[in-house]
Write a protein that binds this ligand. Structure first.
Ligand code: EPU
Length: 302
């Protein structure tokens, strides 16, 4: 397929890294945007990750780490950058009596399910949050009053120069929908959980599911687009500004929950970004509040 993207001909390590030129990213974002990256590297072991990082440093190549793309917007259809994906060993996780040790490519939903089945409490609020553990940690995913960072004991990361570090929770910089992990490659984490009666766990999951019932389903979206401003709710402000149903091309403010932008058909990244700016402008005009995006925008160039 001709993606119109320049190919990369420089030396690349021949180890366990799987290289894909002009890699399609269409299935790799929950907004359902069409995109392709100049180059994708899939690593399945820590050794392959080290080799990749050495290559990227030597070649001066910047890269973005992409999991299931549940919180990302691709700025353009053609991305002149390198995408790194973790798979294989990084998908593994193990449950024991006091928690779960998991690779960054484990699905958060699988961890919630495993904790529930083992009678472990602490992850119930993550019920319904899509995506992989690494992205959830980097963005400190959660609800209004709980975030994944709350149950982290440690996080292992590789920095861009290939140095591996184990960070205690306090060193990971967790705050509301933020962490100090973005910019590094999260590879593994230990989530500390506690034994709890099955009934309590089921009740907590039912409460989490009820909170999510007011959110759009069965349609492409990236979850909440904006962080909540202190003491208020981005969804409430956007709704009160009368913006539900507003469209830019194929991107639309969800009629169900105003802090969601949904793909109403054939949306492009540019449509979504235009809609984001329109919403910010209207909310600023009407309420004097500056909304900050929660989603990560992947630029067209590395
Ligand atoms: N509201 C409206 N109109 C809307 C949407 C919401 O008036 O269209 C009002 C609601 O009535 C409520 C208030 O705004 O009074 C807050 O809404 P909601 O309870 O839905 O919570 P939220 O603050 O919008 C947060 C998280 C969600 C998380 C839910 C459930 C943020 C930015 N959002 O939403 O996280 O699922 O709580 O706990 O912190 C995400 O981060 O991607 C995300 C979806």
């Amino acid at each position: 397929m001709n993606t119109g993207l320049a190919s990369v001909s420089r030396r690349r390590p021949e180890t366990d890294i799987e290289w894909k030129e002009g890699a399609r990213l269409d299935g790799l974002n929950s907004m359902g945007l069409r995109a392709a990256a100049r180059l994708m590297a899939v690593v399945r072991t820590e050794q392959a990750l080290s080799d990749f990082l050495e290559w990227a440093a030597e070649e001066g190549e910047d890269f973005v780490v992409l999991g299931e793309g549940t919180n990302v917007i691709f700025a353009k259809e053609s991305l002149d950058l390198v995408v790194l994906r973790l798979a294989g060993d990084f998908e593994d996780f193990a449950v024991d009596a006091t928690g779960i040790t998991a690779g960054a490519a484990a699905r958060l939903a699988a961890l919630v399910k495993a904790a529930r089945e083992s009678g472990l409490s602490g992850l119930e609020n993550a019920w319904g949050i899509p995506g992989l553990l690494g992205g959830a940690l980097a963005g400190n995913a959660g609800t209004r009053d709980w975030a994944i960072g709350d149950c982290v004991e440690w996080v292992e990361v590789f920095d861009r120069s290939g140095v591996k570090k184990r960070l205690a929770r306090d060193e990971a910089g967790f705050a509301y929908r933020r962490s100090a992990l973005a910019g590094r490659v999260v590879t593994r984490s230990r989530l500390a959980l506690r034994k709890e009666a099955r009934e309590r766990i089921e009740e907590a999951i039912a409460r989490a599911a009820a909170r999510r019932s007011g959110q759009p389903k069965g349609v492409g979206s990236s979850g909440c687009i904006f962080r909540n401003p202190p003491g208020d709710s981005a969804g409430r402000l956007i709704d009160a500004a009368g913006l539900k149903g507003l469209r830019c091309g194929g991107a639309m403010v969800s009629p169900v929950h105003a802090n969601f932008i949904v793909n109403a058909g054939g949306a492009t990244g540019a449509d979504v970004l235009r809609l984001i700016e329109t919403i910010r402008g209207r909310v600023r005009e009407k309420f004097g509040v500056e909304l900050e995006t929660e989603v990560r925008v992947i630029p067209s160039k590395g």
